[in-house]
Design a protein around this ligand. Structure first.
Ligand code: BEZ
Length: 236
């Protein structure tokens, strides 16, 4: 492919492209078989590489936190199945890193030697590499809609606390009909929708709407307790 050729890439709000694939956990029918669940589909450049190894150990060690939020992790690289199996076995049997050892990767890792899936998801970015997928992360909601996309270059390991925060923020926005401000974490104030009529806006500004604080007419926040956020999104 020419380096700057136009490629179609899924966008936020699009339906996640469907595909069938072979994984380390058997065949999958994506995203249909995960209907009703959140899914994080993420790519890594190559098996048996150090940044990717640190990422897999970290993500696998945190998997329970994502499962609790009804979220399935699905990995992908353009390596073959036997490479995936050998690499994950090496991680489990041999690698000790930052206090993590015997780490078993239980989520499916897609083999994509044809690069068909990587191309359909815009994970092949030839300016960065024409043979390896970049580090892409797609958050897909229970209806199969792409809700957030993050790309990182080959050299940079992802921050998995941030990926957890993104999932929590998406679920909180859906559950409470709110938006989340900069650096939000569960327990921090959330942003309430701008009031639809002058009367409501004035009541808010005058402090008459219980629990709502306005910094100006277009910027109002309220508290939702951390326990309430976490117990609500854990049920989603
Ligand atoms: C890594 O995971 O260490 C890596 C993979 C591809 C290119 C550069 C680094």
């Amino acid at each position: 492919m020419e380096q700057n050729a136009t490629v179609s890439m899924p966008r936020i709000g699009d339906k996640a492209p469907s595909f069938k694939a072979v994984t380390t956990q058997g065949e999958i029918n994506f995203p249909e078989q995960y209907a009703g669940k959140w899914v994080i589909l993420f790519s890594h450049p190559a098996d048996f590489t150090p940044v990717c190894t640190s990422e897999f150990m970290t993500f696998a060690s945190m998997e329970a936190k994502f499962t609790e939020l009804n979220c399935q992790l699905v990995g992908l690289s353009v390596d073959g199945l036997y490479s995936h199996i050998a690499w994950l076995r090496t991680i489990k049997d041999k690698i000790e890193y930052k206090g993590m050892k015997n780490v078993e990767v239980k989520f499916p890792l897609i083999e994509d030697i044809t690069m068909n899936v990587a191309k359909a998801y815009g994970m092949m970015q030839p300016g960065e590499s024409s043979t390896k997928a970049v580090r892409a992360v797609f958050f897909i909601d229970p209806k199969g809609i792409i809700r957030t996309i993050i790309y990182y270059p080959l050299s940079m390991g992802r921050n998995f606390d941030e990926l957890l925060r993104v999932l929590q923020a998406l679920q909180t926005a859906d559950a409470f009909g709110v938006a989340t401000p900069a650096d939000w974490r569960p327990g921090d104030d959330v942003i309430v929708p701008t009031a639809g009529s002058c009367g409501v806006a004035k009541d808010r500004m005058d402090g008459k709407e219980a629990g709502v604080t306005c910094h100006d007419w277009f910027f109002c926040t309220k508290k939702i307790d951390k326990e309430k956020v976490l117990s609500t999104i854990k049920k989603k």
